[in-house]
Unconditional design. Sequence first.
Length: 222
Amino acid sequence: MSSNAFMEFLRPHRTVPVTPWTATSKWDLGFTRVLILWVGLFIFGLGDAFVIQSNIGNAPWSVLAQGISRNLDITMGWSTFGVSALVLLGWIPLREKPGFGTISNIVIIALAIELGVTHIPMQDNYFIGILYALLGIAMVGAASALYITCGLGPGPRDGLMTGLHFKTGVRVGRVRLAIESTACGLGWLLGGTIGLGTLLFALLIGQSVAIALGVVSRVTGK
């Protein structure tokens, strides 16, 4: 493959492509679709764990989960699970309805983060920490493209974002910024780690997801 063809292959996709595994409803289950969903969510959690173990700053929601875990003396997995469950409760006044993917998101990402932070070594070398963070961001981007294209319902945080957007009329980007800034700030006050990894995640995750969606679109021919 030429360099131009390779760059075209990696060109970001601006919309969510329809794939052979895209569901027709949030509870349209099938073996292949559920498998892709679960694999995507598991890779997402492992990617988040790489960012956590980089030791140079967490993704915004992991800053909050880490702050809570340190104050309550619980593991990152359980803290992530608890945060996701609480966010899901916030859907009730917004009249958002979860799907199979929403419930799977809460359980599998927490499990994958727990396994990741248990078995991936915490980095003391700053340079290797940067590589960890970049690898984690790439994994989260690829994983997001997999589970989003399943169409089985948004994750708790995404549902909160869209619910607030429709309820208030505020632009999605501003709602997302407000939610993630609040989570990150609260987590930092509770002792969660912020740093270069947090900045890299904020700057690169959108492009990472867009590139991954572009790859999925080209691979599936959609």
